[in-house]
Ligand binder design. Structure first.
Ligand SMILES: Cc1cc2nc3c(=O)[nH]c(=O)nc-3n(C[C@H](O)[C@H](O)[C@H](O)COP(=O)(O)OP(=O)(O)OC[C@H]3O[C@@H](n4cnc5c(N)ncnc54)[C@H](O)[C@@H]3O)c2cc1C
Length: 174
């Protein structure tokens, strides 16, 4: 089965759905923390709103796949569901969605070192300087207050470009 699938790899197209969390109380977002043993802990609660989004995304992606001319579509459940055409779409409702039900991965982690103009909030100020530290800057996607909901690379490049003179000035003692 796997060999058969791999032999057809040049005909395989992959689509993914981005389900944004961290926007409000129904999807509070994940937390990265330091465990007592020094290892990194990661917690991403799968709220009902997210589980609904996973289910909805499976349906929409399957529809798009068949509209694009695919002859079959498979899900990322441990035992993948294989659909042979739009007539099979109702079968998606037979499956579970959410934690451990299917593959979920995270790609746009942001907000870990939030930037804030308020002196009492956030990890860094608008100049990327870590609060309370003279010469420590954070210049990456973590300073964005939440996940953007769209591809973030260009915004991160722009942040780095904007931050460059601030770091140079700090290095020169300006
Ligand atoms: C599968 C996937 C697909 C994506 N597709 C897109 C896309 O199509 N378009 C888009 O705009 N964005 C995409 N993204 C998101 C984008 O890649 C990231 O948001 C972006 O790269 C984050 O930039 P960053 O500088 O904040 O962090 P990173 O690019 O993660 O850079 C962090 C760097 O720090 C290094 N590092 C980590 N720890 C240490 C340490 N202790 N010491 C020294 N170095 C360390 C790492 O090796 C890495 O080089 C995708 C992400 C993933 C995972």
């Amino acid at each position: 089965m796997q060999i058969d699938f791999l032999s057809q790899l040049r005909h395989v197209g992959v689509m993914l759905a981005i389900c944004v969390d961290g926007l409000n109380e129904t999807t509070p977002g994940g937390t990265v923390y330091l465990r007592r043993d020094g290892r990194i802990g990661v917690s991403y609660p799968q709220t009902p709103a997210l589980v609904e989004a996973f289910s909805f995304a499976h349906d929409v992606l399957a529809r798009v796949t068949f509209a694009a001319g695919a002859r079959r579509a498979t899900t990322l459940h441990p035992q993948p569901l294989e659909l042979r055409g739009p007539q099979d779409l109702p079968r998606l409702r037979e499956r579970a969605y959410g934690p451990l039900a299917h593959s979920i991965f995270t790609a746009h982690q942001m907000g870990g070192c939030r930037m804030s103009a308020s002196a009492t909030e956030g990890v860094v100020g608008p100049d990327h300087r870590v609060r309370g530290q003279d010469n420590l800057f954070v210049i990456d996607g973590s300073v964005l207050p939440t996940a953007l909901g769209v591809n973030p690379s260009h915004t991160i490049y722009a942040l780095a470009h904007r931050a460059r003179p601030m770091v140079i000035d700090a290095a020169r003692g300006a």
